[in-house]
Design a protein around this ligand. Structure first.
Ligand code: FAD
Length: 559
């Protein structure tokens, strides 16, 4: 490397990446190393709060931590890492706009997390939505509330039932939490919709195994099942989803559930873009082989200059509690691994020995809707209100930085007194819709006028054509015409004073212009009834997912 200051590249600014960079800022002396963090999102997401965001209990913006605000001494790059050539210590960084570039580093920390793991079930990729991002959580909230608005206009019947049905796939922690939270949201919404009754809402959770929440004891999981049943929620155990098409979820039992909201939480897998796009060693489950000291490699072999932590890594669980001998993918591990990784990396830079990661699971705590939860640590289990307090207490304190803690606690405090906001902001997925509906557009290019026959004097033809093209266009909208594709033709004609002047005076041309409807008045139907290509692209094409992450980037690109 040309520079004497070691360059550290952190791939991914989620739990593990954010904490690694944050702690590196603390441990590194001034000028000791240069740290760059790359993430396609400008924020870290506190994922344990996503079920509460989906239920409208916390504002979406409040569960993310801005990287630029909190990483003052780190270069923050909003882009994707799409390749890691560790043999040459070069990463390919691909921005949303602009060309990819090569980033040379001395030390790489891979913390690009996990993505929703799905199976090739017909319709799932197109009609379901995951719960790994705040965008997904917000879209789920908005879809459920908007469906209440839609259902309230319908008479009782199949379509109303479909709109008021929610299917969650996966009975792990995330699935149960979001299922219970959404059930709570739906029940609270009913107060504002006198047309709808509790019996009109249908909640189904589908789990392939014979039990839910493997993180807690069987007894505790059965208590959760009973609690959900009391709240009118159906849990289908030993059942698989076989299809999700045409507004229905088909089950392996033969049942068919009509629904407009399918939330997929049936597992995660290590980020394939980063794992497959690199040359770091990978184990059979697709995670990066990582040592207990958080360096990439195996017990016998160290990949010098490479580190990994969090969901993308397979870190040996020295406490003996992990599945298959490795740490399970959760925030508890991601945060602690990141803190140690930062210390170890600094130690290695200084020629000192790194330490091994050891963490005994503290237990699991889940929120099951307002004033309800479950907590398990070893044989100790708490249920109901006490567990809910433990859930809020634990996560309120675990949220990184006081700045973010206050915002989350503020939401809880406000909702306690004012109750949660129950409006859908689904329209934010199509923010240009109203503007576009009424915006003036250039008139479509007119079909070319009849070819002048050689028998007629070409000059007189130019005059006549100029008059026909210019007169109505000037009347309609000068500014738009200047921008339109047809403008070249119009401008060229407008530059011909001989053609323009007589046209204005021609009574026949005037008459035609006044009879012909202008683009602003009689023709708006062309703008409204037939949506433009842009409008169509922004409309959600299916249940949920397509609309979720496409809007923001699309809008900025258009601007
Ligand atoms: C709904 C839900 C509830 C949960 N509840 C709990 C809980 O109660 N307790 C608990 O311990 N755990 C919980 N977890 C799990 C926990 O959130 C994860 O284990 C943790 O976020 C993993 O941290 P990570 O840094 O490995 O990955 P992430 O936090 O997912 O971060 C990965 C980052 O990498 C970025 N990235 C992706 N691709 C690229 C790329 N190509 N280049 C660069 N960056 C990239 C992503 O944008 C993201 O910011 C929950 C998870 C979910 C989804």
């Amino acid at each position: 490397m040309s520079t004497s200051v070691p360059k550290i590249l952190v791939v991914g600014g989620g739990y593990a990446g954010f904490y690694t960079a944050w702690k590196l800022e603390k441990h590194l002396r001034k000028g000791e190393a240069e740290v760059t963090i790359v993430d396609p999102l400008p924020y870290m997401t506190y994922q344990p709060f996503l079920p509460e965001v989906a239920a409208g209990g916390i504002e979406g913006r409040h569960v993310v931590v801005g990287l630029r605000r909190h990483l003052k001494r780190t270069n923050v790059v909003t882009a994707k890492v799409t390749g890691i050539d560790h043999a040459n210590k070069v990463a390919t960084i691909t921005p949303e706009v602009g060309e990819p570039w090569q980033h040379h580093y001395d030390q790489i920390v891979v913390t690009a997390g996990a993505v929703s793991r799905t199976f090739p079930i017909p319709g799932i990729a197109d009609n379901a939505i995951g719960l790994k991002t705040v965008e997904e959580a917000l879209a789920i909230r908005d879809r459920l509330i908007a469906n209440f608005d839609r259902a309230a206009n319908l008479p009782a019947g199949p379509e109303r039932d479909r709109l008021l049905s929610v299917v969650v796939v996966g009975g792990g922690f995330a699935g149960i939490e979001v299922f219970a939270e959404l059930r709570g949201l739906a029940s609270s919404l009913l107060r504002s919709y006198p047309q709808l009754r509790f019996e009109d809402t249908h909640f189904h959770l589908i789990e392939a195994m014979g039990r839910i929440m493997p993180e807690v004891s069987l007894e505790t999981s059965q208590w959760v099942l009973k609690d959900l049943a009391k709240r009118g929620a159906n849990v289908h155990l030993d059942t698989q989803v076989t299809g999700a098409e045409g507004g229905n979820v088909a089950l392996s039992t033969g049942e068919v559930i009509p629904t407009d909201l399918i939330v997929w939480t049936a597992g995660v897998m290590a980020n394939p873009t980063v794992v497959r796009g690199g040359d770091l060693p990978v184990e059979e489950r697709g995670r990066i082989k990582t040592r207990a000291d958080l360096r990439v490699g195996t017990e016998d072999e160290i990949v010098e200059g490479a580190w990994a932590a969090g969901d993308i890594s397979a870190v040996p669980d020295l406490s003996g509690g992990g599945v298959g001998g490795f740490c399970v993918p959760n925030a508890q591990h991601a945060v602690r691994q990141a803190k140690l990784l930062a210390k170890n990396l600094v130690a290695v830079l200084r020629g000192e020995a790194p330490r091994e990661y050891f963490h005994k699971n503290l237990g699991a705590v889940a929120g099951l809707g307002l004033y309800n939860g479950v907590f398990q640590s070893g044989k100790i289990a708490l249920k109901g209100f006490v567990a809910w307090v433990a859930h809020r207490g634990y996560h309120g304190l675990a949220m990184p930085s006081w700045e973010r803690k206050w915002r989350v606690v503020g939401d809880w405090w406000m909702n306690f007194w004012l109750s949660r906001d129950n409006v859908s902001l689904e329209a934010t997925l199509t923010p240009r819709k109203t503007f576009e509906e009424f915006a003036s557009r250039p008139r479509p290019a007119q079909p070319a006028a009849a070819e002048p026959t050689p028998a007629i004097d070409p000059k007189s033809v130019a005059k006549d054509e100029g008059a026909a093209a210019v007169a109505p266009a000037q009347k309609d909208n000068k500014v738009d015409d200047e921008k339109s594709d047809g403008a070249t033709e119009t401008e060229a004609a407008a530059k011909k004073p001989a053609a323009k002047k007589p046209a204005a005076k021609k009574p026949a041309a005037k008459k035609a212009a006044s009879v012909e409807p202008s683009a602003d008045t009689a023709e708006p139907s062309a703008d409204t009834a037939e949506p433009s290509a842009d409008t169509v692209a922004e409309q959600p094409t299916d249940g949920t997912d397509a609309s979720v992450d496409s809007t923001a980037p699309k809008v900025s690109a258009e601007r």
